[in-house]
Design a protein around this ligand. Structure first.
Ligand SMILES: *Cc1c(COP(=O)(O)O)cnc(C)c1O
Length: 427
């Protein structure tokens, strides 16, 4: 169900008109629906349960980089979520939000020694290791602190996720993961290292996947490896299929999370029956976008309308520094006027005030709008605020979580003085 809908011509989030949010908190502001977050996370949790899984046989590790606000992490953590992190900073966020570090998995190609030490000190669930050099370093660091690091290897199954090249990560030519052909040798190496404990296997083949076929293919590829490993006496405790399920941005029809999980669990069960007398393996998921993407919008106000020769611009107070996805991936976001107006629409490019031609949020949209109107940039809950910057010395947007008719400011708008507070001039 959509928690973003018009009532009496005004766009609401749950029971709250966006006009009220603009009045109270100004713009640009990221606005999230708590009910949408709960519903999207529950789609995973319920599908696990419906397929006979409990926490020992399934764990959803929310991808923190998609939206890392403490209120989001806290809400998901309270529903039992684990977390997929890609930096030490994200681990500190999870802990600050009350998340359980023992349900944290640590992904990423460039983990530093300090990040490894931090994660080891909090006894995280697993390091998703992406290279032999990283494996060696992790072994050394774990040895120094007298621990064994739990490790999964991120294996590149070399399947085509058929998504945007910038968000496709499962092909040979990507920087991510260990090549399929090198995986066995790397596992043998891992098993031989004294401060490494091999616990799992993982992959993450890309993002905004509308179809689960590539994921199921990746699963099949990796099970072959797991079987070979088990013949060599290397037994894995978990299988992490990564994230990547897409959302509806523009008449997209992503696979339903429940359908995908059911198909995957059926495959898991058949495989375990065939090879391991039904002995279970814990299945991990790393969803980001499919949990937060459509739970948030970016609220912005029209500063100026500029009508030109064959081209009209709506210049708004949000910009590429607030929402980078259009500039970076040519991403499409819906644009909805907060208050519907009668009158003939004109075609606009919706652009920000930043001094870059790449600073656009939407192109060629039919809108009936006036200066001062509010717009909602839709589907902005994932990779919105987390990718924002202070380019042009613009303070980052406020963030508000709506819960029915209650409003919670979950991040204050940044003031300009805060942006240069860490800087100093020469003596
Ligand atoms: C970004 C990322 C995810 C989340 O991807 P979504 O497409 O948002 O579900 C999961 N795992 C890893 C390793 C990632 O880098």
């Amino acid at each position: 169900m959509s928690y973003f809908a018009y009532k009496n011509g005004v766009l609401h989030v749950e029971n709250t008109p966006l006009t009220e949010i603009a009045n109270q908190f100004g713009s640009p502001t990221y606005v999230y629906s708590k009910a949408a977050l709960v519903e999207n996370f529950s789609a995973y949790a319920q599908a696990c349960k419906a397929n006979g899984r409990d926490e020992s046989t399934s764990l959803v590790c929310y991808s923190v980089k998609s939206n890392s606000n403490l209120a989001v992490l806290n809400l998901l953590g309270r529903m039992g979520s684990g977390f997929d992190i890609v930096s030490g900073g994200e681990l500190l966020r999870v802990i600050a939000a009350g998340g359980d570090p023992r349900k944290v998995i640590f992904s990423g190609v460039g983990k530093t020694q300090d990040e490894m030490r931090l994660a080891l000190s909090h006894d995280i669930l697993c390091f998703n290791v992406e290279s032999t050099a990283e494996l060696q370093r992790l072994n050394d660091v774990a040895g120094e602190v007298g621990k064994q690091a739990p490790v999964s290897l991120r294996v590149n199954p070399n399947v085509d996720a058929k998504t945007h090249p910038y968000i496709s990560t499962g092909l040979k030519e990507n920087k991510f993961g260990i090549a399929y052909d090198e995986a066995l040798a790397t596992y043998r190496k891992a098993a031989s290292l004294p401060h490494i404990r091999v616990v799992g296997i993982d992959c993450h083949i890309g993002s905004q996947l509308l179809d689960d076929t590539p994921l199921l293919e990746a699963f099949d590829r990796l099970t072959e490896l797991v079987d070979q490993l088990s013949e060599e006496g290397i037994h894995l405790h978990h299988f992490d299929i990564g994230g990547g399920i897409g959302i509806n941005y523009n008449n997209d029809q992503p696979v339903a999370v429940g359908d995908y999980l059911t198909r995957l669990f059926q495959k898991v069960d058949q495989w375990r029956q065939r090879r391991y007398q039904g002995a279970p393996i814990q299945v991990l998921f790393e969803p980001g976008r499919s949990i937060v993407g459509n739970a948030g919008v970016l609220l912005t106000q029209v500063e100026y309308l500029k009508h030109g020769d064959g081209k009209n611009f709506a210049i708004v107070d949000a910009a590429m520094n607030d929402l980078m996805r259009p500039a970076m991936y040519q991403a499409w976001h819906g644009v909805q006027p907060v208050t519907q107006r009668a009158g003939a629409p004109k075609t606009y490019d919706v652009v920000g005030p930043v001094c870059e031609s790449g600073d656009w949020l939407a192109r060629e949209r039919a809108l009936a709008i006036e200066q001062g109107d509010l717009l909602a940039i839709m589907s902005a809950g994932a990779y919105g605020m987390t990718m924002s910057s202070n380019y042009n010395t613009r303070g980052r947007a406020a963030e508000v979580m709506v819960d029915g008719d209650k409003l919670h400011l979950i991040r204050q708008r940044e003031a300009a003085s805060e942006l240069f507070a860490l800087e100093s001039v020469l003596p």
